[in-house]
Design a protein around this ligand. Structure first.
Ligand SMILES: [Zn+2]
Length: 244
């Protein structure tokens, strides 16, 4: 068996030669495209309304908080046909609402208590890569710790999920159950429960977006009171003086 050797006596690399200039050009193009897109967006808005940005800069009063997946295919405004200023947004991988996530809690507190939003929507999507990854035993890095929240959802619903043999159906059912549990997690927070004691116009909802059709499926979880939380998670209206 003959071998091909280079001058140093070692086998030549089988890696394809990378054309660095082409890579740099493509990289520059994808970056410059963003600036062009911004310039076009600004001119279109101004054509429609010369005062558009003057009004936008005055402040925001959104009625909706959207907690969605970071996936690039599910942007809150586009999916709901809303404009800048109408939806306050928090996104993370697989739309997890974890009660020790200061980022999510800060967004939730600001939206509920300062902006006084009327609707909080947890929006998952079928085919979610984060949910699919949680169904495997592979390591993906630090994200494995985040995806453990999804594995916990699986454990809660393993009786149902174990019976689904089709992998796509299993992912999509876990997507729905994950949204359900995250809605429940939001309702358990002191932020939502205290808001419900003060006002009647705050609802928490669960949605799943179907990427194949673009349509939203309302899971029918809408909650506006702690009635379905269960005794153990309900909080009293006053804080205890001390916890020992
Ligand atoms: Zn996703």
């Amino acid at each position: 068996m003959s071998t091909i050797e280079n001058k140093n006596g070692s086998s030549p690399s089988l890696k394809p030669t990378l054309d660095v200039s082409q890579i740099k050009l493509a990289q520059k193009h994808s970056y410059e495209k963003l600036k062009e897109g911004n310039a076009n967006w600004v001119s279109t808005r101004l054509e429609e309304d010369p005062e558009y940005f003057t009004k936008l800069a005055k402040g925001q009063s959104p009625e909706v908080l959207w907690i969605g997946c970071s996936d690039s295919r599910v942007p809150a405004n586009e999916v709901t046909g809303t404009k800048p200023g109408e939806v306050f947004v928090h996104r993370n991988i697989a739309n997890v609402c974890n009660h020790t996530d200061m980022n999510m809690l800060s967004v939730l507190d600001y939206a509920v208590n300062v902006l006084k939003v009327k609707h909080v929507i947890v929006a998952g999507h079928y085919g979610c890569g984060g949910v699919a990854a949680a169904l495997t035993h592979k390591q993906f890095g630090i994200i494995d710790n985040w995806l453990r929240h999804i594995k916990d959802v699986y454990r809660l619903h393993s009786n149902e999920l174990d019976r689904i043999t089709d992998q796509t159906q299993k992912v999509n059912r876990l997507v729905e159950l994950n949204v359900t549990e995250q809605v429940y997690n939001l309702c358990k927070t002191s932020i939502i429960q205290n808001a419900w004691m003060e006002r009647q116009d705050l609802e928490v909802h669960g949605w799943v977006i179907d990427l194949g059709s673009g349509k939203v499926k309302d899971l029918g979880l809408s909650s506006s009171s702690p009635d379905n939380l269960g005794y153990f998670y309900e909080l009293d209206s006053t804080e205890a003086l001390a916890v020992h």
